[in-house]
Design a protein around this ligand. Structure first.
Ligand SMILES: [Zn+2]
Ligand SMILES: [Zn+2]
Length: 134
């Protein structure tokens, strides 16, 4: 058993995997996600502000869904996402297909950490969770 406090509501729950969010908050986030997804689908040209206001959702949450590639925007969306590596316009996630492939190659090159992945680490400035094996 691994008991943790929910990052959202602070309640203790039996932690299994993924973000430290309790099942209740996770369900709520999932409902919100479906709402936002539907909104984006029917309002193809909605801006980030419109999404945040119409769905009553946190912008950071929307950005997280984008990074997780759950939220996909149409190519005529005013939300211009760009590849964090080469700057090419993308519709979801953080990198374009080409850079993702290049990264996959980089990561699979065993033994040494390449300059590319070190640069990627530096760009990734948000709070991160590491699991340390003891
Ligand atoms: Zn919770
Ligand atoms: Zn790219």
């Amino acid at each position: 058993m691994n008991i943790r406090n929910c990052k959202k509501c602070g309640k203790m729950f039996n932690y299994v995997a993924g973000p430290p969010i309790c099942p209740v908050c996770r369900d709520e986030a999932e409902k919100k996600f479906q709402e936002v997804k539907e909104f984006v689908r029917t309002n193809r040209t909605a801006t980030m502000n419109q999404i945040v206001e119409a769905c009553g959702v946190d912008q950071r949450q929307v950005e997280q869904w984008i990074r997780e590639e759950r939220l996909v925007f149409s190519t005529d969306s005013p939300l211009k996402l760009s590849c964090e590596s080469c700057g090419k316009t993308i519709v979801t996630g953080r990198y374009c297909e080409k850079c993702k492939k290049e990264q996959a190659n980089t990561f699979s090159a065993a033994g040494r950490q390449s300059e590319a992945s070190q640069a990627a680490d530096k760009r990734d400035s948000g709070p991160k969770m590491y699991t340390f094996k003891k």
